[in-house]
Design a protein around this ligand. Structure first.
Ligand code: TXA
Ligand code: MG
Length: 324
């Protein structure tokens, strides 16, 4: 049976016993387990149906604590950590021996992050190990932004979901790495905007084409991911709604209501055209639509700036499954 609760001592006991526990973060809920214990980490892959070539992010309660697991950290990483952590920024860094291969899928880089959520920070600070945690959903499906979403995806597969309320950011962390010259490479756009990173470092960032790790691609780089079950089409909403007229349809728009168009349901991500509100609402809205038993979701891209870039990235991947 899976219980939802707010008791970090329950979470602690289960984690110490090598179990996987769902934890809240500011981005999406994670499915955490002792990162230093491969048997515990295996339970994450099993519960999620996640292929083992897909490496996991290691979560710690502070940047200092993260330093126990990484080495040869470039100065710019320290600088960015000071500015953005705790927060939705994940660092790909050279791993220390102590990090199991299962966590990194054999790579000599490990992803580390300090989540900005009081309950989880408290939990991490009373554990004497870090938590490996991917998003707490079935592999390939939409990431969970509430404890109820986690229950929906993982009921019966884990014992405990630590309930920290609705996540505030609503999109996964931004993942960055560093090349030999110390330049920043963005592997996944997310909760920390590209503009904020560039402002901080005073130069343009580069975007990864290919994972540094040869065999796996990061899920953030899989073409199709984060996908609802209902077919999603993105473009000009008016044109798409006409093209698919007569089908059972939801319209999901940024801020305009499109009430003039015929559809079974209309969803607006942010009436005030606020990208951070749209980000917070995106995954919950897609999950809601998936419950409605419709044939089609017609949606539009956000303005390609700030968090809009990350939202558009998720929309693109969610759509890829249904492209003919
Ligand atoms: O906001 C987040 O990052 C959430 C919360 C729970 O922290 N976590 C999350 O985890 O989104 P996940 O596993 O769904 O996505 C993490 C991405 C994956 O695409 C994974 O392949 C990549 O990070 N990653 C992790 N470790 C890596 C490594 N050593 N090398 C390359 N990519 C890595
Ligand atoms: Mg995920």
């Amino acid at each position: 049976m899976t219980t939802i609760g707010k008791d970090i001592s329950v979470a602690k006991r289960l984690l110490e016993n090598g179990e996987a526990v769902a934890i809240p973060t500011e981005t999406v809920y994670g499915l955490g387990a002792n990162a230093l214990n491969p048997e515990a980490v295996l339970k994450i892959f099993e519960a999620k149906n996640r292929p083992q070539f897909n490496p996991l992010i290691v979560h710690t309660h502070s940047w200092e604590a993260a330093m126990n697991y990484v080495q040869n950290v470039p100065a710019i990483a320290h600088h960015l950590a000071k500015k953005f952590t705790p927060g939705p920024l994940t660092f790909l860094l050279e791993k220390k021996e102590i990090v199991p291969d299962l966590v990194t899928a054999g790579s000599d880089l490990v992803a580390v992050r300090i989540p900005d959520h009081s309950l989880t920070l408290e939990l991490l600070s009373i554990l004497d190990f870090p938590l490996a945690a991917p998003s707490a959903n079935q592999f390939g499906y939409i990431s969970p932004t509430t404890a109820a979403h986690v229950l929906n995806s993982l009921e019966g597969k884990i014992e405990y979901i630590l309930d920290g309320g609705q996540t505030t950011v609503g999109l996964e962390s931004t993942i960055i790495g560093f090349n030999e010259s110390g330049n920043i490479i963005v592997y996944r756009v997310g909760g920390i905007t590209v503009e904020a990173l560039e402002k901080e470092i005073g130069e343009r960032v580069n975007f990864a084409q290919q994972n540094p790790h040869k065999n796996p691609q990061t899920a953030g780089q899989l073409k199709s991911h984060y996908a609802p079950e209902t077919a999603l089409y993105i473009g000009d909403i008016t044109e798409l709604a006409q093209k698919y007229a007569g089908r059972k349809m939801a319209i999901m728009s940024f801020s305009h209501d499109y009430k003039n168009l015929e559809a079974d349901h209309h969803f607006i991500l942010s009436k005030d055209a606020d990208l951070s509100e749209a980000a917070t609402n995106l995954f919950a809205t897609l999950r809601k639509i998936d419950q409605l038993d419709l044939e089609i979701i017609v949606a539009e891209y956000m303005p390609d700036e700030g968090l809009g870039k990350a939202i558009n990235d998720r929309l693109k991947r969610a759509q890829a499954l249904y492209k003919q």
